[in-house]
Design a protein. Sequence first.
Length: 235
Amino acid sequence: MKVSEDHVLSHRKHGYELLRGAGLEIGAFNVPACLPDDCSVEYCDVVTREEAIGFFPELCLEDLVEVDHICDLDMDGLNVFTESAFDFVILNHVIEHVANPIFVIDELFRICRPGGMVVVSAPDKDFTFDKNRDLTPFAHLLGEYNKETKYVSDEHYLDFLQGVHPEVMELSDEEFAACLKSVRARREHAHVWTSQSFEEFFLESLSLLGIEARCVFERSGSDTSIEYFSVWEKY
């Protein structure tokens, strides 16, 4: 789920002010972070700008960032980057789309230098189209991590359709198959959190992975009316 970088996301500004140096933003799409002048940033995504338009025709090509690095978080993580390669790493509204969120967290901190910052945000279901869906339990995510899951199963996308677009369940088999194919191609939300459950998931993941970090800035859905947004300093 991508939204316009306007007053709706104004809370992010104070978090971004903590960033310095050279960084990487993953999945910036049409909403790149508004960073301080002394920051430089490279962009990473699973598709090029032109390919993105094919999946999201409602967007304008000019609004999309030019992608510097193509990589698939599900298949390869961030293995195109070396350990401690960046001063900061940004992942806004991406983690809910991936097959293995715990693995992705591990990769974010791997490529961030000690003393650097990792920025992560996720939609809060109470304020988004996911409001009718069940929360994703940590046990489920742990299972995907232990199995080294690399693909989002259609079970996740069926849950998305049932919770967000229940009307499609009444379509013909052919029409429904087309909807499922579109949802899969667009990599719609596989996992669902509230601000509280995401923070708990994140902390449990750090503990599991043995990552030492502290939260230096955060805002919850009750503050933002859309997302949990956080900045973490890596020790």
